[in-house]
Design a protein around this ligand. Sequence first.
Ligand code: NDP
Length: 269
Amino acid sequence: MAAGLKDKVAGEISSLGFKPRLDVVLVGENPASKVYVKMKNIACEKVGIESVKHSLPDTTTQEELLSLVSKLNADPAVDGVLVQLPLPKQIAESAVIKAIDPAKDVDGFHPVNMGLLLSGQPGLTPSTPTGVIAMLDSINFNYNGAKAVVVGRSNIVGKPLAIMLLQRNCTVTVCHSKTKNLPEETRQADLLIAAAGKPKLITADMVKEDAVVIDVGINRTDSGLCGDVDFDAVKEKASAISPVPGGVGPMTVASLMRNTLEAAKERRK
Ligand code: NDP
């Protein structure tokens, strides 16, 4: 699916007459962030987006980062600006997210884009939830009245996904670390989304028969990468389930490519 989505984006870009440009800012040496930035770079090359990487040291101050963001905002050649999270502790993420021009905010994290999403208006939407919706659309998931349970309430995954599902007429429950009885909530889900960042948090006894299960979690354990769902056991109960790795991750990158294309078209029209 991710390959198909990227092919579509590549096809559209080849008929644009210009190459969209995405600038990715990486601060510090976080190994996972380095991998993500590299994957984004490879995807850009594949679809025909010019990708420019800005690597800054761990000691970068907030002022220095904001100054780079402001330079990229003002540069007419730049279509998308992405600052890879997390940032070193001396930098407030919210200040950086707010500083990005909403028209170039291909991650969709700026409060303006969040507000547009919340109020049901068009804008750049966060890549991971957008990728999840594309996966559900691909299996013709019947959102209408379905009971959706989202485990996780972060600004980048849980909250925007809950809003997107609500807009598609699901009845949505959002769970978090203070939820009193998580299994009781998840067992009611026709659609269960795990985005907590806790390895194998969701076990088979927490899943309703024939539920659709999407695993957003990426956890690095001693035995390699795993999701938030105990895949082997839950796949026996679910009617559809996404794996980790190879599920939401590639869809996130593909959705980012789509966002960059949309931002470029909108800004240059
Ligand atoms: P955060 O750490 O920002 O949020 C995690 C959320 O899960 C919080 O709302 C937290 O609750 C909740 N939570 C934690 N433990 C439990 C628990 N035991 N029971 C119920 N809820 C719990 O993570 P992100 O949203 O950024 O990411 C979530 C996961 O998705 C991570 O594994 C991350 O690596 C992965 N991810 C994957 C992407 C992809 O492309 N596939 C993209 C982005 C993230 P509370 O708010 O109360 O603290």
